[in-house]
Write a protein that binds this ligand. Sequence first.
Ligand code: ADX
Length: 239
Amino acid sequence: MYIETRARSLVKTISWRVAGTAVTAVLVFLFTKKLGVALAIGGFEAAGKLVVYFFHERAWNRISFGRRAIKPSVIWFTGLSGSGKSTIAQKVVGELQAQGFKTEYLDGDMLRQIFPRTGFSRQDREDHVKRAGFLASRLENQGIFVVASLISPYQSSRNEVRQLCRNFLEVYVSTPLEICEKRDPKGLYAKARRGEIKNFTGIDDPYEIPTRPELVIDTSQIDLQGASDLVLNLIRKRV
Ligand code: ADX
């Protein structure tokens, strides 16, 4: 993801030469006990090898042998509201960034703030998921890891997103409805039960369980670190 600039090659040339020449001069002195000879050989060697090293470095920068481009992935968290998707997703984002990978996080709630007219009808959700999926695929194309967290309850739009992306990893956060409802961090399940919110996923709107997810995580059975390690292991296998 980085380009080796000429300035960097030049500084590396000089630092390596100083180190290499010091070794040569010391060795010559140890063998001959003649300081003048040691310094002369060191000096000529430094001048010659400075030039050779610089061009050798620049030539290798043009050779792709032994270089492997990182294959980023789209890690798509799907599951009920309150299942723990976003918590694991954010942890994975932090770990990927700490490892130096360019990583973008796409969250359903965040996208809804930008497109506030997105509702919760089937059509609205399908469009919303496809918008996020399209964006994810474009970022992936540019070598960026994408971690997305959306309920994305319908198989059809998840499949479409899978088709758009090159390296799509579907992580189904399968925490049971009873647990999500007990957690109810935003009090929305209670509202949905009282009929104050319509089309609430898991209550009066379906969640279609993924048929072939790359990973299934039930956050009532595993802690946050364990869950994030599972995801990172999966990513590592696909990089
Ligand atoms: S998705 O179904 O369109 O993928 P998204 O992930 O963007 O959903 O947003 C889900 C969040 O919206 C939930 O975590 C919840 O807080 C809130 N929400 C509000 N109304 C609903 C609803 N009818 N169904 C599901 N979630 C809802």
